[in-house]
Design a protein around this ligand. Structure first.
Ligand code: PLP
Length: 391
């Protein structure tokens, strides 16, 4: 007989998922009710309001897609992009590459604006691309590149897109709830995020929001959206306003309870306070990491507080360090992706996991493991340096 599955308790300090609040897990264990039950429908309305707060938007079309961040990404592209369109895609890490794939699969042409991994998107290059390619439908970019820890100026790039008559399409999977993001003030037209990063909900839901202008474009498409499941014209029949809702697909009921709870927690803390907490814990981790003699990949002004990329010291086995952290401390940190595999670690300080205890435990554990593996680091100083930031 197969026994029940009982996962160990971990500390999740990688690129996501992050530690889920016990309140969120408890919410998800509440009774399943029908997806058209009036009580459920009023929870959906609350959820929409909570998401509008998190995104800082009044956009009517604001909802969670039933699927992970990648499903939110695809929802944005398949609804806005039609065959023959041109879309500028900024790539400075893994996720811009996925945007390119999406544009191509919509039968459109991606115009790539490339920046180095670890650098922010260069707005000057975006403007050059807009000048050279009149009639571009949208400018797509990643606000918080989780593969490198670099943050780009979403406000400046969105403003540029508008100046040239294009929409802005922004990946905020890692930024939502962790660092400043203001959809209406910054003029973002299409945005997607994820439940498992700075919102600290379980993986599998992707909040999205669309401006009135984006919505007009979706309503007036020449061709049908290639994906039946993601066609917002159909999904709106369920997530739209009013009491009249029609079955589209069965909503992931209990997962939505979890997202609702995670957003209630965010609202209780206050968005600005959550951003400040992420920044403070980043500053403490940074103080400890640098005191140890390790260095950051991204230059200071472009660093994300919730995703800290650090170079693996010379001669140290990346995988051995991560294995010992997991075995001895139950602590998960992230490895490098693509060209950065084996060269960097990605330490997440996301959502519920962004707290003083985790920063101090991580620094102490990292020092212990690196010392045991014979790395030449400064010993006995990291935790004290971090503590100073908190006092
Ligand atoms: C995690 C992540 C995604 C993908 O989200 P999934 O939930 O894994 O599908 C997309 N973009 C960025 C920037 C991410 O960090």
């Amino acid at each position: 007989m197969t026994a029940s599955f009982n996962p160990p308790q971990r500390i999740l300090m990688g690129p996501g998922p992050s530690d889920v609040s016990p309140r969120v897990l408890a919410a998800m264990a509440r009774p399943t009710i029908g997806h058209l039950d009036p009580v459920f429908v009023s929870m959906m309305d609350e959820l929409k309001g909570l998401l509008q707060y998190a995104f800082q938007t009044k956009n009517e079309l604001t909802m969670p897609v039933s699927g992970p961040g990648s499903a939110g990404m695809e929802t944005c592209f398949v609804n806005l992009v039609e065959p023959g369109d041109k879309v500028i895609v900024c790539q400075n890490g893994v996720f811009g590459g996925r945007m390119k794939e999406n544009v191509e699969r919509c039968g459109a042409t991606p115009i790539m604006v490339m920046d180095d991994w670890g650098a922010a998107v260069d707005a000057n290059k975006v403007e050059d691309a807009l000048k050279a390619n009149p009639g571009v439908k949208a400018v797509a970019f990643v606000h918080a590149e989780t593969s490198t820890g670099a943050q780009s100026d979403a406000q400046a790039i969105s403003a540029l897109a508008h100046r040239y008559g294009a929409l802005s399409l922004v990946d905020t999977v890692t930024s939502l709830g962790g660092s400043p993001l203001k959809v209406d003030e910054w003029g973002i037209d299409a945005i997607y995020s994820g439940s498992q990063k700075c919102l600290s909900c379980t993986p599998g839901l992707s909040p999205v929001s669309f401006s009135a202008q984006a919505l007009e474009i979706i309503k007036n498409r020449k061709t049908k959206v290639q994906s039946w499941f993601m066609d917002l014209n159909l999904v709106m029949g369920y997530w739209g306003t009013g009491a009249k809702r029609a079955y589209h697909h069965t909503a992931p009921i209990n997962a939505l309870y979890g997202l609702h709870e995670s957003l209630v927690i965010l609202q209780e803390e206050g968005l600005e306070n959550a951003w400040a907490r992420h920044r403070q814990n980043h500053m403490a981790l940074k103080a400890g990491i640098e005191a140890m003699g390790l260095s950051f990949v991204v230059k200071e002004q472009d660093r994300l507080p919730q995703l800290n990329s650090i170079y693996v010291p010379e001669g140290v086995d990346d995988a051995a360090v991560r294995r010992l952290l997991l075995e001895d401390y139950g602590l998960e940190i992230g490895a490098g992706l693509g060209a950065m595999a084996g060269k960097i670690w990605r330490i997440g300080l996301m959502g519920h996991a962004s707290n003083m205890r985790n920063v101090l435990v991580c620094l102490g554990a990292l020092e212990d493991v690196l010392s045991r593996l014979g790395a030449s680091i400064n010993k006995g100083v990291a935790v004290a340096a971090a503590r100073k930031v908190y006092s």
